[in-house]
Write a protein that binds this ligand. Structure first.
Ligand SMILES: Nc1ncnc2c1ncn2[C@@H]1O[C@H](COP(=O)(O)OS(=O)(=O)O)[C@@H](OP(=O)(O)O)[C@H]1O
Length: 486
């Protein structure tokens, strides 16, 4: 849809030599990666939205809020909390969502434009454009660009694979055949190959789920010798948090078609192009290639462990206000230690630490992805200014707390058994309860509306947007054969 921007055209129809591209763009990438976003302008909002909420940029320098967004909603990574703010923003501003017929775009198959409700490529440019594409998919750039303009803001979120594995195990226990067969996550990670069969039903949930969701190809499985899985060494938490600006290269000229269809689509150029098929797919050059490609496509990758820092950077990059990104946590499973930091290892028992190391080793591609985007995030934070970020994060948290006190019964999330209003009861799945919200009574009509938006779970919100975008057609009464009376 629409002409491709030069940058993303390059990304699609890239250079002849992948090796040269990697070298060149690892250098150029630093500069591009570190360029700041546009300037901030506050938007007017309803009463609950603080008129005095701080602008992230000096007031004199304004910018136009970005409203063409592609959010890759990765699994078990805090993505529903991001979805909630996108739903609210789009709803408030009357933006058009590219929606799936149900709740996902044919997942786990690669995204296809034809899965978007109301997508009609034959209408010769007369179709109203979409603003936001944000529901679960396995990313497929070529098809995404059929639906969304190439200069949309592309972003996503990653989470430490150890935390993600804990979350995925309890959520997909009955969906993944590998998880179903194993009595516990510890037992699974002690000997994953005893349970895991690549390609078996739902087993993409059991290994390198982020890599899978980003639509990247997988190395062919080599039979590993027993005991050959080496856990990565625990990272130095300081290194993980604030690495110098070794941020990812923007490999703008890589060819994602080659990535997605490694063999068939590069066949014509094989003599000139180093395709992923020519790598040892398990090698670090293959991983670097995948990461460089992601850098060339995604404008921002948030990190769940630094969710609020990521939100501030998101607001800055989109030229949105802090109020636009403040919201409640969605899809949290009850009884999980939310404060437990797998990144810093603080508060972890020896058993927890072993499980963390094993989970990262088993999910080696996700771990590489996570470390890479963690570095990019902190490079970006350096650029933004640590002090400035801390101030904005503190403000964001204060706003969230105030909203929770104002909107929610008890001021916090509730066990779903107490949520009797179906509009607010989150979809229950997996072996743990998924928490939700109960609204305080006695809210003013305006506050009620805003609090409802904040508390509405993703499925109900998607249905609401769907109904708004595709209002039921009013069927006119059929003509009767009875002659009209004079
Ligand atoms: N703000 C924030 N910061 C950190 N972590 C967060 C946040 N919001 C949600 N979560 C946690 O993310 C888990 C749910 O992820 P998703 O919403 O991506 O899940 S899903 O794939 O859509 O089902 C789920 O993890 P578990 O509770 O460990 O299962 C949530 O608690």
């Amino acid at each position: 849809m629409g002409p491709l921007s030069p940058a993303r055209t390059l990304r699609l129809w890239g250079p002849r030599s992948l090796g040269v591209a990697l070298g060149v763009f690892m250098t150029i990438g630093f500069a591009l990666q570190l360029l700041g976003g546009p300037f901030q302008r506050r938007l007017p909002g309803p009463q609950l939205r603080q008129p005095s909420a701080p602008s992230l940029r000096p007031a004199l320098l304004s910018c136009a809020p970005r409203q063409r967004l592609v959010f890759l909603k990765t699994h078990k990574s805090g993505s529903s909390s991001v979805l909630s703010l996108l739903h609210r923003y789009g709803d408030r501003h009357g933006l058009r969502f590219a929606l799936p017929a149900r709740y996902q775009f044919g997942y786990p198959r690669l995204f296809q434009a034809s899965r978007v409700k109301g997508y009609r490529p034959q209408t010769g440019g007369t179709q109203l454009p979409f603003h936001i594409l944000c529901h679960h998919m396995r990313f497929n750039l070529k098809e995404v660009l059929q639906v969304m303009p190439s200069d949309s803001f592309f972003f996503s979120i990653v989470r430490d694979p150890a935390a993600l594995a804990r979350s995925a195990f309890s959520y997909y226990k009955s969906t993944s055949s590998a998880f179903r067969k194993s009595p516990s996550l510890a037992a699974f990670l002690a000997n994953p190959r005893a349970f895991y069969r690549p390609g078996a039903r739902g087993d993409h949930y059991a290994r390198n789920l982020l890599w899978f969701d980003f639509g990247l190809p997988f190395p062919p499985e080599k039979r590993a010798k027993r005991g050959s899985l080496h856990p990565p060494r625990d990272p130095d938490p300081r290194q993980l948090q604030v690495l110098p600006s070794g941020a990812g290269p923007r490999a703008q000229t890589l060819n994602p078609n080659a990535l997605i269809h490694p063999v068939s689509t590069v066949a014509d150029h094989r003599s000139q192009i180093s395709s992923p098929a020519s790598f040892d797919l398990g090698s670090s050059s293959f991983i670097q290639w995948g990461l460089a490609w992601l850098d060339s496509v995604f404008d921002l990758v948030m990190v769940a462990e630094y969710f609020d820092e990521s939100l501030v950077l998101l607001a800055d990059a989109l030229c949105w206000g802090l109020d636009d990104v403040v919201g409640f946590m969605h899809n949290a499973q009850a009884g999980r230690k939310q404060g437990l930091s797998t990144v810093s290892n603080s508060g972890l028992t020896a058993e927890d630490r072993q499980l963390t190391a094993r989970a990262r080793a088993w999910n080696n591609l996700d771990w590489a992805l996570y470390v890479h985007f963690n570095r990019s995030l902190w490079a970006r934070i350096e650029k933004y200014g640590q002090r400035r970020l801390q101030t904005a994060v503190a403000e964001l948290r204060a706003r969230r707390e105030a909203l929770a006190k104002h909107c929610l019964a008890g001021g916090e999330a509730s066990d779903p058994k107490y949520i009797t209003d179906r509009r607010f009861r989150p979809f229950q799945f997996g072996s743990a309860k998924v928490l939700g919200y109960i609204l305080r009574s006695g809210l003013s009509p305006q506050d009620q509306e805003e609090c409802e938006r904040l508390a509405t779970p993703e499925l109900q919100y998607k249905d609401k947007l769907d109904a708004k975008q595709f209002p039921p057609t009013v069927s006119l009464p059929l003509k009767t054969s009875r002659p009209l009376s004079p």
